[in-house]
Design a protein around this ligand. Structure first.
Ligand SMILES: Cc1cc2nc3c(=O)[nH]c(=O)nc-3n(C[C@H](O)[C@H](O)[C@H](O)COP(=O)(O)OP(=O)(O)OC[C@H]3O[C@@H](n4cnc5c(N)ncnc54)[C@H](O)[C@@H]3O)c2cc1C
Length: 547
């Protein structure tokens, strides 16, 4: 009988966090690491061209999931893109590099009970990850794996947007990841030498040659094997329904993302017992927080028609596409080198908020993302998202079949405060687009359209057009309360040799995009696993609670 392949660490999911873990853990040549990924390689050139993002929410490299009907959005079902490719979200995202607010991490300590995860604790990991092409100071560094740069050829309309926001009253900020998050400015982007810097290209590729690291494409991990309260390995689906196993002699590390991780835990019998029984999954460990506490940012948006070809909408014409290709290949510049969302910022809808509660992303076109309206002539889109939603949703199983899509319920706007602040954010966005500095570029607002002004009409517009900002988190939250899934050392409560390390462990959603924070979690998680980041004695506390 062939023996089961055995590794020290079995990492499930080669996404933003999984690639970091694979790189860092395999730095020790005496340790054998396997990284299992259900998605394919990132071979297609579109993954590496910054503007390739325009194709990424339209079905490429995605699991193809949707939400359940959203009760508080008029019953709408929203497309819910989650990456299925080497590099995970970092290979298909809009490449915006933001870290959130210092207060977010301090709240992880003070509100969520996660000592060791305050801003001062996590900042060194952001810096260790980074190869920043411009900023070197107390907040930034260079020489790390992840390329971070500023947009290389901002369009005149982007500069006009920055002036318009300042006219509206939002100050210019050259670095949202520095001393202050507040303000309007250029985003830093995970781009190096005009190519996307994903976790796969930045972390995995340089480690691929290591003899002790195996990167294994799989159809899917279908179960984590639990024996006598310990994770001993994983089960993989093979051809024709066959199953095979991989053994972990140190740990199984789950990095399948904020939807994939709670999904796989529940398929493995770890989760709320009642729910598991209701879908016919045998309960291995009753843990009610698994799949609960889902938090996500919801985008509303304004789309305006331009007075001329001020954005990249015209580049769907063949002659222009060819010219853009030539510019990119010959000079590494032009439309293909643009991430399409290059400017934006953070400001206040609720003036009493502790830090900015609205994020803006200016999209250099219309219809950039799936489901968003595309204008006939050139358009420009301003996304506005409320950053600290109070609503909580869930990820549950539709059935015990590992191939079935999960029931994703972000439960957007369950808390009326989220709706009120989000609509104020949209109103701010509309005002910015009406400022004098943008008038030479903007013909008219097309969506929501000038006639939409009342609270009722705006709400209806939002219900019909809103979309995910792709930031699910919290479904395996870290903490010490009854709903915590992992302790601050990322160990799953009540099962040995199993950790979760990805966006799902954030107890509270950060006030920004989530890729850089997830890469930070991978970096810090690797140090915790290697015993290099001693945490305050929470694991003892957690053991007491579980016992
Ligand atoms: C369209 C889109 C745009 C975004 N834009 C931005 C942005 O501009 N800036 C930003 O900061 N953030 C952005 N984000 C969010 C950010 O990319 C994610 O928060 C981050 O990538 C999450 O990392 P992760 O490691 O938690 O999970 P992921 O990166 O999603 O990785 C999980 C991996 O696990 C694999 N997997 C799942 N289940 C299994 C299984 N059973 N077996 C084997 N493999 C499995 C998946 O295929 C996937 O590759 C965006 C996300 C999306 C989807």
């Amino acid at each position: 009988m062939p023996s089961t392949p055995t590794y020290a660490y079995v990492i499930i999911g080669a996404g933003s966090a999984g690639c970091v873990l694979a790189h860092r853990l395999s730095e020790d040549p005496s340790v054998r690491v396997v990284l299992l990924e259900a998605g394919g390689r990132d071979r297609h050139p579109l993954f590496h061209m910054p503007a390739g993002f325009a194709r990424m929410t339209k079905g490429i490299a995605s699991w193809g999931w949707s939400t359940v009907p959203q009760k508080h959005l008029g019953g709408r079902v929203l497309r819910y893109t989650q990456a299925k490719v080497l590099g995970g979200g970092s290979s298909i995202n809009a490449q915006i590099y933001t870290r959130g607010n210092a207060g977010d991490y301090d709240a992880w300590v003070s509100e969520a009970g996660c000592p060791g995860w305050g801003y001062a604790d996590v900042l060194p990991y952001f810096k260790r990850a980074e190869d920043n092409q411009r900023f070197i100071n107390a907040y930034h560094d260079y020489g790390g794996p992840l390329g971070v740069s500023v947009p290389i050829n901002p369009l005149p309309i982007s500069e006009a947007f920055l002036r318009a926001a300042q006219e509206y009253g939002i100050p210019y900020n050259p670095d949202f990841n520095g001393e202050k998050q507040d303000g309007i400015g250029h985003y830093q982007v995970t781009v190096r030498n005009a190519r996307r810097s994903s976790a796969a290209t930045a972390y995995l590729r340089p480690a691929m040659g290591r003899k002790n690291l195996t990167v294994l494409p799989v159809s899917a991990v279908t179960r984590i094997v639990i024996e006598k309260g310990r994770a001993t390995g994983v089960e993989l689906a093979g051809q024709g329904g066959s199953l095979s196993r991989i053994q972990a002699d140190r740990e199984v590390i789950l990095s399948a993302g904020a939807i994939g991780s709670p999904r796989l835990l529940q398929l493995s019998g770890i989760g709320p017992a009642d729910h598991l029984r209701s879908v016919g999954v045998e309960v291995a460990h009753d843990l009610s927080g698994v799949g609960s506490n889902l938090q996500d940012h919801l985008d509303l948006y304004v789309i305006c028609e331009c007075t001329g070809d001020h954005t990249y909408d015209g580049y769907t014409r063949l002659d222009r596409t060819i010219w853009a290709g030539v510019q990119y290949l010959a000079f590494g510049r032009g439309p293909v080198a643009s991430t399409l969302f290059e400017t934006g910022g953070f400001w206040y809808a609720d003036k009493s908020a502790r830090s900015p509660d609205i994020q803006f992303h200016l999209g250099l076109g219309s219809g950039i993302e799936a489901g968003v309206a595309r204008l006939k002539n050139a358009g420009v889109t301003l996304n506005t998202a409320f950053l600290r939603p109070r609503s909580r949703g869930s990820v549950r199983l539709a059935s015990a079949d590992p191939a079935a899509a999960p029931l994703i319920d972000p439960n957007y706007w369950a808390d009326p405060y989220d709706r009120a602040v989000a609509l104020d954010g949209l109103r701010m966005g509309r005002e910015i687009m009406r400022q004098k500095a943008l008038q030479p570029f903007i013909l008219a607002e097309r969506l929501p359209g000038p006639a939409v002004t009342s609270e009722e009409d705006l709400t209806r517009f939002a219900h019909e057009t809103c979309k995910t900002d792709h930031h699910p988190t919290g479904t395996c939250k870290m903490g010490t309360d009854a709903m915590a899934v992992v302790a601050p050392d990322l160990k799953l409560r009540g099962i040995e040799a199993l950790r979760v390390c990805d966006a799902s462990i954030m107890p509270l959603l950060v006030s920004s995009n989530t890729n850089a924070p997830t890469i930070m979690i991978g970096e810090k998680g690797a140090d915790i696993i290697r015993g290099r980041a001693p945490l305050p004695a929470v694991s003892n506390l957690h053991q007491r609670e579980v016992a």
